[in-house]
Design a protein around this ligand. Structure first.
Ligand code: GLY
Length: 335
């Protein structure tokens, strides 16, 4: 189903469009409809704008305000993602993230700027703000990826504080899991919340970022899609950007974010490109019912798209001083 139709139906039935209650609590419903319409209108300049995976109003608003005030999309992405990394209640990102099967919280993150520069950290421990370290890798080293201990030591050399990322809550959940140690690398269809964020600033420049603690109770050493250029994130400032959430192995195997940007380059809308990238996964996997993948994309005009395999994926969008949470259309309509 095309997104416009989907949103229209959701609005009419009153079941689909979840307005970010924190931020839009006082926004009249006609204003919400206007924001929705604006987001769907094929205007020439639909920016500045920020879109994030999942319902993350605080992070999206932080980034949105920054670009509204004239900041760059790169700063907005870094500062926005940092909000989620510091949030102890978000168990898929940064501090308080779920550990691997051995009890180690390991973080993956990457950032990409308008010039096609990219920095990433993989399998980094003991540092909260993986996205900020990724930016330092991009700006202060001749490399693009730092891994493990090297990434941690680099972060410390740049002034980042060493922190134990395994909170009491995550430790308790891990100890509970250990009782059965039922290792099934399945990402929870409803709740997995790797944060991917894309922004276009007032100058029309696109940046993106992605940050995660990855799959809960993964094998030690496992790295997902999020820090890998072209898979978890890709930006081409002439075309657009895309980022992913969900089962990283499937995104990696289809180089999902690069695929979406290249499809947009060929003329597809962000929505069409996201749908095709999801189709690429489900047609290759008989077991797609067992995992979730969600994509978001933005093109140079500021048009957005988002699509997932299953229900319950959603996006946060900041535009014109408002932040809304919208449910994504999805592939698997069977219950
Ligand atoms: N998409 C995040 C991960 O699989 O680690």
């Amino acid at each position: 189903m095309k997104r416009r139709k989907f949103l229209k139906r959701a609005s009419l039935t009153g079941i689909g469009v979840a307005v970010g209650t924190t931020i839009l609590a006082n926004t009249p419903s006609n204003k919400v409809n206007e924001i929705e319409e604006n987001l769907l209108t094929n205007t020439k300049e639909n920016f500045p704008i920020v879109i994030s995976t999942w319902n993350v109003p605080n992070a999206t608003k932080k980034a949105g305000i920054l670009i509204e005030e004239g900041g760059t999309s790169l700063d907005a992405i870094e500062k926005g993602c940092m909000i989620e990394e510091a949030d102890l209640n978000n168990h898929s990102v940064g501090n308080g993230g779920r550990p691997d099967r051995d009890g180690h919280v390991t973080l993956d993150a990457c950032i990409m700027d308008k010039n096609g520069n990219y920095g990433s950290v993989v399998y980094m421990q003991n540092i909260v703000h993986a996205i900020a370290v990724a930016r330092k890798v991009m700006e202060d080293t001749p490399h693009v990826i730092l891994a493990g201990k090297g990434a941690e030591e680099f972060a410390i050399s740049k002034g980042f504080k060493k922190t134990n990322l395994l909170t009491e809550a995550s430790k308790k959940a891990w100890e509970e899991w250990k009782k059965e140690s039922n290792y099934q690398p399945l990402i929870n269809i409803e709740n997995h919340d790797t944060i991917g964020m894309l922004a276009i600033d007032k100058y029309g420049d696109i940046s993106g970022g992605c940050t995660t603690s990855g799959l809960a109770y993964k094998m030690a050493g496992r790295v997902g899609d999020s820090p890998i250029i072209g898979s978890g994130l890709f930006i081409d400032n002439q075309v657009g950007g895309a980022t992913a959430t969900g089962m990283g192995e499937e995104v990696l195997k289809t180089v999902g974010s690069f695929l979406i940007v290249e499809l947009m380059r060929q003329g597809k809308s962000p929505q069409e490109a996201c749908e095709e990238a999801i189709l690429r996964i489900v047609t290759k996997n008989d077991n797609y019912k067992k995992f979730q993948v969600g994509y978001i994309a933005i093109n140079k005009k500021g048009e957005t798209g988002y699509y997932s395999i299953h229900e319950y994926f959603s996006v946060s969008i900041y535009k014109d001083n408002n932040c809304i949470n919208l449910p994504s259309d999805f592939f698997n309509k069977t219950k």
